[in-house]
Design a protein. Structure first.
Ligand code: ATP
Length: 223
């Protein structure tokens, strides 16, 4: 878009949801769509993470994980894929991804980093974690039945930055809000186990992802 047209457009609202997506499943997708709706996002980008080298990738390559996410979100706006973390030589830190995405946006565009409660609680261990809110708002995905206390290191941050609801998030970055969701009882671990034991995962993943898994013989136990 050229600059005058861009200036006249409304500020974009972009969400980022990271995960290994090994494979992507309906739990991820349903949760992503609900959050996109609650936050009225223009785009919700699923960002497949590189796997830490020690976990290894015996069967499924980064390219295949990326291809499955692409299949899953095809024509499902506002969901889309951002493959930049898989295209790097080394695993990326979230702060680097945020800086790179921010560089591509207009200054008033709003960026939302979506994190599950457990990931949020682990934030103080992240590289340059106290710089994250300079680039984005943080949306903490919380379960209605959760009864969790944040670690001490996050209490001051929450007191200073948390707003009562996502409607209270203004400007391009800087605040924290909670979104309450009941997750579907599906995990990628369960899907890998089903496939390794020769069972069906139909309806746990989109049909296009199932077709990809079958076409490439992914997650099968070695003969
Ligand atoms: P694994 O079983 O391999 O650990 P996973 O199913 O938890 O994988 P990830 O790729 O690790 O999937 O998850 C990416 C993000 O999606 C995380 O923030 C995670 O909390 C969230 N997520 C995972 N499963 C669900 C679900 N069923 N409903 C909602 N969110 C989910």
């Amino acid at each position: 878009m050229n600059e005058p047209a861009r200036a006249a457009a409304h500020a974009q609202r972009i969400g980022l949801l990271g995960g290994t997506f090994d494979p992507v499943h309906i739990g991820h997708l349903r949760s992503a769509l609900e959050v996109a709706d609650i936050l009225a996002l223009d785009e919700l980008r699923l960002v497949p993470n590189a796997r830490p080298p020690h976990r290894g990738e015996p069967q499924v390559s980064p390219t295949q994980r990326l291809a499955m996410v692409e299949q899953a979100v095809q024509d499902i706006a506002p969901l889309c894929v951002d493959g930049r973390e898989l295209l790097r030589e080394r695993p990326s830190y979230t702060i680097e991804t945020l800086e790179a995405v921010r560089d591509e946006l207009a200054t008033d565009d709003q960026l939302f980093l979506l994190l599950g409660w457990d990931a949020f609680c682990g934030l103080p261990g992240w590289h340059r974690w106290n710089e994250l809110l300079a680039h984005c708002h943080i949306i903490v995905l919380q379960r209605p039945d959760a009864d969790s206390e944040p670690p001490d290191a996050l209490r001051n941050l929450l007191a200073a930055r948390a707003v009562g609801s996502p409607a209270g998030l203004h400007g391009p970055s800087g605040s924290i809000a909670f979104v309450w969701q009941t997750p579907l009882a599906v995990s990628a671990t369960q899907i890998r186990q089903l496939l390794a034991s020769g069972k069906s995962v139909r309806y746990l993943v989109p049909d296009a992802v199932l077709a990809y898994i079958e076409a490439h013989g992914l997650y099968r136990a070695p003969n």
